[in-house]
Design a protein around this ligand. Structure first.
Ligand code: ZN
Length: 340
């Protein structure tokens, strides 16, 4: 199990070891600032740090630490109650603060300040991870400074940022800064080859185009995998009875609904003879060309609206999903059958 959790961090071995030493020594700072490009792994490492702090396996960490002890640095067990709570996002002493909309607002910082004064509920400390710290407005950042000046001994604030320049010098100076760097592209390519069914050349290309940033490379390849999928049946189907079968398929795979919109959008692009770079499913260009004559512009626009409307009904109301999807498929196919 430990192996599995360790593996979720790709690269950053020195930082991970540093954090393990910190936890072993018990000298955990009140505030950290993790700096590095988006997707580099700051949040993964911050969450690992929280796990290290909470894991019940090494609650009694030694006070001092010397060279010989480094081999026996604490790691996360991955199986104790604390580890499992972090994994499932349910640890009461771990909180993420993410931008609400485009900004981290002062109200969010004030909420933290109200809670941070209380003792942790289960762990030895409370851990607050502020993602996208550069998105605090000045008001919020000034407010946070009060906590950074005197962080309660039982808390750890971890600020993550891809743009340290956007933070006030006073914020920076009150945090222990850890710099995250992209991986060597050769090293990243090796990781990618283990995770995806790709050859060395494709892995190298992905690693280089992501600039060694692991999150970027993974997103690209995962997207690429998805894009290898076939043209959805509902675009090609003309039999109204197929509606019920297709509704069932959408119900079993809710994500395909969002993806369906990208297919209709491609039809729209094709119809308007937009540059093919705009298309999401460029690999299916030829097949889409055979389908597009069956669609008017209005029909495609209506289809997109219908899908969005259905998705919103399912996500935001307690409507019967099966029924909503059947109605959607009937509409999409009926529109198709007008041929106008
Ligand atoms: Zn554990």
């Amino acid at each position: 199990m430990e192996q599995k959790n360790q593996n979720t961090i790709i690269g950053h071995q020195q930082i991970v070891e540093q954090l393990r030493r910190t936890v072993a020594s018990g000298r955990i700072a009140g505030a950290y600032l993790f700096v590095g490009p988006a997707g580099v792994g700051k949040e993964t490492v911050a969450t690992y740090f929280a796990r290290l702090i909470f894991c019940l396996q090494h609650k009694q960490s030694p006070e001092g630490l010397d060279e010989e002890q480094s081999a026996s640095l604490p790691s996360v067990c991955g199986t104790c109650l604390a580890c499992r709570k972090v994994d499932s996002g349910n640890h009461p002493d771990l909180q993420f603060i993410r931008p609400a909309g485009s900004l981290v607002k002062i109200g969010q910082i004030r909420d933290v300040q109200k809670q941070i004064i209380y003792e942790p509920l289960e762990g030895s400390r409370k851990v607050y991870i502020l993602t996208d710290a550069e998105r605090m407005n000045l008001e919020a950042e000034n407010c946070l400074l009060k906590t950074l000046e005197e962080p309660p001994a039982s808390s750890v604030l971890i600020l993550l940022t891809s743009n340290i320049e956007a933070l006030l010098p006073t914020t920076r100076s009150r945090c222990q800064i850890l710099q995250f760097y992209p991986m060597q592209t050769e090293e990243l390519a090796e990781v990618l080859m283990k995770r995806f069914p790709i050859d060395a050349e494709a892995a190298a290309t992905a690693a280089i185009s992501a600039g060694g940033v692991v999150g970027k490379a993974l997103t690209q390849l995962e997207k690429g995998n998805r894009l290898a999928s076939e043209v959805p049946e509902i675009l090609k189907e003309t039999d109204l009875l197929a509606a019920f079968r297709l509704a069932e398929q959408f119900k079993n795979n809710p994500e395909s609904l969002a993806e369906l919109v990208t297919w209709y959008r491609d039809l729209l692009f094709l119809q308007q003879e937009a540059p093919s770079e705009l298309m999401t499913h460029i690999h299916a260009l030829e097949e889409l060309r055979t389908i597009v004559p069956r669609y008017s512009r209005l029909r495609i626009q209506q289809a997109i609206q219908t899908v969005f409307h259905t998705k919103s009904l399912i996500d935001n109301t307690n409507t019967n999903a099966t029924l909503a999807l059947e109605v959607m498929c009937l509409k999409l196919l009926k529109i198709d059958s007008y041929r106008g």
